[in-house]
Write a protein that binds this ligand. Structure first.
Ligand SMILES: [Zn+2]
Length: 82
């Protein structure tokens, strides 16, 4: 059986990432994924905010502000699809 893949969250995007590759890259299996192509569309600041939150989440084991990651992710998804 083929390995499960996570598709880019931009609907029309054909890119996806394998679960194993995602685990290696992100240290966890995300439920949603933004491919390199769409990730590049985000501004440097947006990517920086996300990176900072993920760093904190790794350190503390959860969001410092509850729901922060989900909120930021939602915004990134919206922005990268625009
Ligand atoms: Zn994409």
């Amino acid at each position: 059986m083929a390995e499960a893949r996570i598709h880019c969250c931009v609907g029309s995007c054909p890119r996806s990432i394998g679960v194993r590759a995602a685990l290696k890259r992100f240290g966890r299996v995300p439920s949603e994924y933004i491919c390199q192509h769409h990730w590049r569309r985000l501004s440097r600041d947006e990517r920086r905010v996300w990176a900072r939150h993920q760093r904190r989440r790794r350190r503390f084991g959860c969001d410092v502000a509850p729901g922060a990651s989900a909120r930021i992710w939602k915004r990134l998804k919206h922005r990268c699809a625009a």
